[in-house]
Ligand binder design. Structure first.
Ligand code: GLN
Length: 537
């Protein structure tokens, strides 16, 4: 089958959940046996979101091949169980960088380099890259931003051209918003009409409309939208606010989204997508009654999206343990020795979050000392693991000024330090230790039991590392280095075996946790937290 291209654009407002709709459609097409991938084109000029502050852009997701990517790629993986790569996320910055590199090499043979055709051609080339591998039946391309933005114009022009070039192998889905005006008690369709109009002005006629709404849209209104927007009535789908994002694929199927796509592409609609495992997950979610209370200690707790993958990994693990996740965010800057008892007692488990820089770090040490001395199930991720090491050095090894050289470059006890190859790096973009690395787990350790394996691979995003000069002192005092990189001997996992569950990972296991294959380590942490809860009864 020739590769089919689906473009997903958005209008009226941002944050409508284009990523969730794209992921849900991919999930449905995959469940029908098609080979699917999703890619995101972001109109901002940064080369990638790696240097963006979480306040700007939420979490930075990392692909196995070491690309710092938009957090929507996390949704793509969680919904489809398919690994994404650098090719799945392209920004305006990358497009311009490629074009400028080509211009410097003389590839344009003296031509004036322009937005049309050079930038648009480069966008088109990137759109087609994954499709050309022959590995996919469907390539879903989400265009970031909102129709009408100056930044997204070249992307929409590329989509307009591709529609002609790809003929029947291409379709456009436009996502808009249908607001409910309470005073008038009415759902309003005008913003959708305007938005479709804007898309038409740049030469794109949407084939399918997905309408985000907080209230059920009546059939007559759907018909009216179809009529005014030149879309067939069976291609107007509504997406009412869902109690969980994981219900959206089924809601979209019930509304006929996957069927509309197949119909437009002239593909057979053979029976139903196989959503058995997905449905089993939803059933567990709906039937869970008892809670499990997990605290997340971090400095971005007011930001919904800053710890997206951790939230989702915890939610998946809790669901598979038939529990409702009660996640409490604990602001590391506000945590002190006066309130730690009040904030942490009552929790069943604690996550010490990843992060960068000094802000909020002392709160993490106070939390960790409390967790360690109260034997609470505790999971440190990346900076969280580094904090576990520092707290142990200070309070157990007696190295009062132990630190990471990230926080104190002159510390006498640099238990966490930069590796030699990081010391000469001045460029901040894309230069961390990024992507999947192999890790050997010590036989018999709790982590090895959790994974049911001793050879694993997980994704990284950090510059600093455990300082192996201190390894023996840690091990003697009870903090075991139970995971290491087989080539570099860098420490990847530490564990206190005499505790209920006290594990820190230099890597980020949350990135690889999906609905259909949840992270074994998050599952084990969740089980330990539930076991601890039971002991308190
Ligand atoms: N700031 C730490 C480092 O660079 C940890 C990074 C993280 O938590 N992702 O090593």
């Amino acid at each position: 089958m020739e590769t089919k291209y689906i473009f997903v654009t958005g209008g009226v407002v941002s944050s409508l959940g284009k990523g969730i709709i794209s992921s849900s459609l991919a999930c449905l097409l995959k469940a029908r046996g098609y080979r699917v991938t999703i890619q995101k084109f972001d109109p901002y000029i940064n080369i990638d979101p790696g240097t963006l502050n979480p306040y700007e852009h939420g979490e930075c997701y990392v692909t196995v091949d070491g690309h710092e990517a938009d957090l929507d790629l996390g949704h793509y993986e969680r919904f489809t169980n398919i690994r994404t790569t650098r090719a799945n996320n392209v920004t305006t910055g990358r497009i311009y960088q490629n074009v400028i590199d080509k211009e410097r090499r003389g590839d344009y043979l003296g031509k004036t380099v322009q937005i049309v055709p050079h930038i648009t051609d480069e966008i088109k080339r990137n759109v087609m890259l994954l499709g050309k591998t022959g590995n996919f039946d469907f390539v879903i391309t989400e265009i970031g931003g909102t129709v009408g933005d100056i930044e997204s114009r070249p992307f929409l022009e590329a989509v307009r051209q591709l529609r002609w070039e790809l003929e029947d192998n291409c379709l456009c889905i436009h996502l808009t918003y249908v607001p409910y005006i309470r005073a008038a008690k009415e759902l309003k369709t005008k913003p959708t009409q305007h938005s479709v109009n804007q898309l038409q002005q740049v030469g794109i006629q949407p084939d399918i409309l997905v309408l985000r709404t907080e209230h059920q849209i009546p059939a007559s209104t759907l018909k009216k939208i179809a009529q005014f927007c030149n879309v067939s009535p069976d291609a107007v789908v509504q997406s009412v606010d869902a109690p969980s994002i994981y219900k959206v694929p089924l809601m979209m199927h019930a509304q006929g989204l996957d069927q509309a796509v197949l119909r437009k592409m002239e593909l057979p609609i053979n029976g139903e997508p196989d959503l058995t495992s997905w449905q089993r997950f939803l059933d567990l979610m709906d039937s869970a009654e008892q809670k499990v209370t997990i605290g997340l200690v971090g400095k971005y707790v007011e930001l919904q999206d800053a710890y997206k993958s951790i939230n989702e990994a915890l939610f998946q693990a809790a669901t598979y343990c038939s529990r409702k996740l009660d996640l409490r965010y604990i602001h590391s800057e506000k945590l002190n020795s006066g309130n730690v008892d009040e904030l942490l007692s009552g929790l069943d488990g604690v996550i010490i979050a990843p992060g960068f820089g000094q802000r909020g770090i002392e709160g993490k040490f106070i939390a960790l000392e409390w967790c360690r001395t109260h034997d609470l199930p505790t999971f440190g991720i990346c900076l969280g693991m580094q904090c576990m090491v520092i707290e142990f050095a200070r309070n157990v090894l007696g190295l009062a000024d132990a630190n990471s050289t990230e926080m104190d470059p002159n510390t006498a006890h640099n238990v966490i330090d930069l590796m030699e190859d990081q010391k000469s790096i001045h460029n901040m973009g894309g230069t961390m230790r990024l992507g999947a690395y192999d890790c050997h787990l010590k036989e018999g350790s709790r982590v090895a039991q959790a994974y049911g394996a001793t050879e694993i691979s997980e994704r990284h995003r950090h510059r600093f590392e455990f300082n192996n000069d201190y390894r023996e002192r840690f091990e003697k005092a009870g903090m075991k280095c139970v995971g290491e990189n087989p080539d570099t001997k860098l420490v990847e996992v530490v564990e206190l075996p005499d505790h209920r569950w006290f594990i820190g990972t230099q890597y980020h296991p949350e990135y690889s946790s999906t609905v259909l294959s949840p992270s074994p380590l998050f599952l084990d942490f969740m089980k330990a937290s539930i076991q601890y809860q039971e002991t308190k009864k």
